[in-house]
Design a protein around this ligand. Structure first.
Ligand SMILES: *[C@@H]1O[C@H](CO)[C@@H](O)[C@H](O)[C@H]1NC(C)=O
Ligand SMILES: *[C@@H]1O[C@H](CO)[C@@H](O)[C@H](O)[C@H]1NC(C)=O
Ligand SMILES: *[C@@H]1O[C@H](CO)[C@@H](O)[C@H](O)[C@H]1NC(C)=O
Ligand SMILES: *[C@@H]1O[C@H](CO)[C@@H](O)[C@H](O)[C@H]1NC(C)=O
Ligand SMILES: *[C@@H]1O[C@H](CO)[C@@H](O)[C@H](O)[C@H]1NC(C)=O
Length: 469
């Protein structure tokens, strides 16, 4: 009785949908209407599961996804069972598909959850032979369904243009000719650095203070002191405030650098993260990544820099994340010790793409054409086409790891600069893969690269800060 009510409701819903869609779909619709596939559409809609879906976009495996949906909203357990019911699949050319109309937000979510249940990274409603089906993208980005599907020309998840990394207009074109402009010896070994727009340099310490350097003079002009120790990450908010992360204390402090006579500490944000890296996003949100920790938590946390509240959580990395880049469309790209580079949908926190490398990925950058550059633990540099997920080039030259604090950069002329633990920097032609320049062997490993407002690079190692022409 209930089932037949459902079926009628289904017909009604479908008929309404059908009126809006084009007639070319008609035969197909008739075909699948008969066997009552997409029963989930009714059971999920009736129990209002859309919100539960949204909170489960990162589930994994059928069991995990079912329990996530049911836990988020107990009424949705029938719907969860229906999504993974093999009888609801449609057979097209001998392959089974979940039917999926991209115009319907619920269907798009169900498709994604269905694919997560099949251990795929994501799922999208697409058209194949003009039929609306759900297509799953696997970890490597290749499609898990058969060749009939993968040969279809479907729109990529994003276009090359949306992949341009954020290069705000006030970031200068950057130059490098390999000669030393300035050489500053440091005593407190390597601590992370952040160039400021006025030419000063922020540098951490192993104690409880942050050093503000006058780079022109090569001296520390000011210390910012707090009760927390070992400031290890830095970011700059749009109003010029400095955000400093004290990883061991899981604390962020916001400093007003304009206050030179008085208390510059503006606010304290307690987090749960062993902070390893920090990227200030558009609108001043903070993307925080975590280093190795005893509770195995490598989620990227998106926090509001005003009140510290968690706005989003990007779940998927299995080890330390080394760098996060924000794309112009607001999506994020991260690289990790878990050997992957992941592209994240900032709207729903889902992984859009995950590129698996042969080794830990230490630094990333984007070429002007949208290709991803990733620097690995063994010193090789990969260049990937993210639309086809193809490894285009493997640049071999460094004999030790690419360093993991922002150590790949694209120069104004399009060349690629890399810094490595092998104590050299190299300039590459990223198109043909040739080495155009190799720096003399330094005293010690390169540990970080940063760009000064002048467009010059500053490199940091255990013994020295070098400003390069
Ligand atoms: C910087 O100066 C130190 C000490 O004078 C020296 O050992 C080192 O080679 C210099 N580095 C560069 C890149 O010139
Ligand atoms: C900063 O702190 C260091 C270490 O305590 C100290 O040697 C230095 O004089 C301080 N510099 C300034 C400008 O306060
Ligand atoms: C910060 O962490 C250090 C350990 O790294 C600890 O000794 C110190 O007491 C902590 N400070 C505060 C204020 O929690
Ligand atoms: C990202 O998520 C939003 C909201 O769920 C969705 O509308 C959009 O299509 C997603 N983009 C990609 C590339 O998956
Ligand atoms: C490198 O650039 C500096 C500053 O522009 C210039 O003085 C120097 O001659 C250049 N050196 C080489 C080898 O190009």
């Amino acid at each position: 009785m209930f089932k037949s009510f459902i079926f009628c409701a289904f017909l009604v819903i479908w008929t309404i949908t059908e009126v809006k869609s084009e007639s070319s779909r008609k035969d197909f619709i008739d075909g699948f209407r008969k066997d009552n596939s997409r029963y989930w559409l009714i059971s999920c809609t009736l129990s209002g599961c859309s919100f539960a879906f949204s909170s489960c976009m990162n589930c994994y495996g059928e069991r995990g996804c079912k329990s996530c949906i049911s836990l988020s909203k107990p009424e949705c357990s029938v719907c969860a069972d229906d999504i993974y019911n093999k009888d609801d699949l449609e057979t097209i050319d001998g392959n089974e598909y979940l039917i999926c109309d991209s115009g319907d937000p619920i269907q798009s979510k169900v498709c994604h959850l269905y694919c997560r249940g099949q251990y795929a990274q994501s799922g999208q409603c697409v058209r194949v032979n003009n039929l609306p089906i759900c297509k799953c993208s696997s970890d490597s980005g290749s499609f898990t369904t058969d060749s009939t599907v993968s040969t279809q020309t479907t729109p990529p998840a994003y276009s090359t243009t949306t992949l341009q990394s954020t290069s705000s207009p006030n970031i200068p074109s950057i130059y490098f000719n390999g000669t030393v402009k300035q050489n500053i010896s440091i005593s407190d070994w390597y601590q992370r650095i952040l160039p400021l727009p006025n030419g000063d340099l922020v540098r951490g310490s192993r104690r409880n203070l942050i050093e503000i350097w006058d780079l022109q003079k090569g001296i520390i002009k000011r210390n910012l002191t707090s009760v927390y120790s070992i400031p290890n990450v830095f970011g700059l908010l749009s109003n010029g405030d400095l955000v400093a992360g004290y990883g061991n204390n899981k604390t962020l402090l916001v400093w007003d650098l304009k206050i030179t006579n008085g208390e510059p500490l503006k606010r304290t944000i307690q987090t749960n993260e062993e902070i390893w890296c920090l990227t200030v996003l558009k609108y001043d949100d903070l993307a925080i990544c975590q280093s190795w920790n005893s509770y195995d938590d490598y989620d990227i946390m998106i926090r509001d820099s005003q009140n510290g509240l968690i706005k989003n959580k990007l779940v998927g990395h299995l080890s330390t994340v080394y760098q996060i880049i924000e794309l112009s469309n607001g999506n994020l790209v991260s690289c990790s010790d878990d050997k992957t580079v992941k592209v994240w949908n900032i709207s729903n926190g889902a992984v859009i793409k995950s590129i698996t490398h042969v080794m830990s990925v230490r630094s990333i950058a984007f070429l002007p054409n949208g290709n991803l550059v990733s620097g690995l633990e063994d010193g090789t540099i990969n260049i990937w086409n993210l639309e086809t997920n193809q490894l285009i080039k493997n640049l071999i030259g460094h004999t030790n790891s690419i360093c993991y604090n922002n150590c790949l950069h694209i120069l104004a002329n399009g060349d690629l600069l890399s810094a490595s633990h092998d104590k050299t920097m190299q300039v590459w032609n990223p198109i043909d893969g040739t080495v155009k320049f190799k720096s003399p062997l330094q005293k010690d490993r390169f540990l970080q690269l940063a760009v000064l407002p002048s467009g010059n690079f500053i490199s940091s190692s255990r013994y020295e800060l070098i400003v390069w022409n």
